[in-house]
Design a protein around this ligand. Sequence first.
Ligand SMILES: [Zn+2]
Length: 343
Amino acid sequence: MSATSDSAFIHRLPKVELHLHLEGSIQPDTLREMARRRGRLLEDTEQWIRDRERESFCYPKFTDFLNAFKLLSLLLETPDDYALATTRLIESLYAENVRYAELTLSAGVVLWKKQPLDAIFEAVKGAADEASGRLGVRVVWIFDAIRQFGVDHARAVMLHASRYRDHGVVAFGIGGDEERGPARLFVDVYREARDLGLHVTAHAGEACGPESVRDAIELLGAERIGHGTSAGRDTDTLHLLAARRVPVEVCLTSNLATGTIQRIEDHPLRRFLEAGVPVVLGSDDPGMFATSIEREMLIAAEHFALTRDEIAALAANAIQAAFLPENQRAAQGAQALSPVPNG
Ligand SMILES: [Zn+2]
C-alpha cells in the first residue's frame, strides 16, 4: 500500500483511543489560547513551547520527559484551563474520526499542585459533555496517580476516582517513574480500587524491565498495560500477556521520543502480535510528541508492514480492550466499526 492510500484508509477507519493524556494532548496553540483567555501570556508558556520545538518534541532521558510533563501541568492554572484543553482535545478526536476515548486525567498532579480536583473535574466533565454532545465523540475518564509520589498519594487519587464513578470515571491507574514507584508498593491500593468497582490499569515496562510488566499484572491485577515495551524482550512476559489476554497499549512515537527505544525498528510491536498479545495503538501525549492516533497507525503500517486487515484488527482490539460493560461494548463496536470502510 502507498502511504497516501494508507492515510486515507486510516482516516476513514472509525477509531477508539485508550491511551491519551489530557494534559499531554495540549497543542502549543491551545496553550497560547489558554494564556490569552486568562488575559496574560505567561513567559513560562512560550518557554515551554520553545523548548519542545528546539528539541523536536523529543526528550534526551525519560526523566526529562517526566519533568516536561510536570512543567506543562503547571501551565494549567484554573478549571477553565482544563476545560479548554478538554474541548480542543475532543475536537481533535472528532477530526480524526475517533468515536470513543478513555482519557487519562493526571489527578495526582492536580492534587500535587494543591488545586481543587473537584472543581477541575467538574469543569472537564462539563466541557466533555458539551463537546461530546456536539460532535458525537463519547469519552470516559481514567484518573492517574504518580508512582514516585507513593502510596498515600495513590490512594487519594483512587478514592477521588471512586467518588466519580457515576460521573464518567471508569478506571484508576499509575504512571511515572517505575523505578522509584515499583508495583509492590501499590498492591493494597489496587485491591481497594477493584473492590470499589474501578477498572485498573498501569503504565509499565516503559523505563523498567519486563519484571515491571509482570508485577503490574500479577501483583496489581492490571487489566491493561500502558507501553509494556520491555516485555518484548522476555518470552515469559509475552506468554503471560497473551495467556491472560492483557492488552498492551503501544505508543510508538512516545517510545522513540522518550528514549524507551532508540529506533522504530527496535519496537517489539511485531513480536507482540506474533505472541498473540492483544495490541492497541495510542498517541499518549500528542501535544508533547507532535503526533496523533492517525499518525501512530500510519507509522505502524509503514514500519511494521501491517496490512489493512491488521490495522483494522488493532482498531477492533481497542473496542475489546475498552473499559465498557459488555452490553455497551457490543453497541460501541457496532457503532465504531460500521460501516467497514473500503477503498
Ligand atoms: Zn501514558
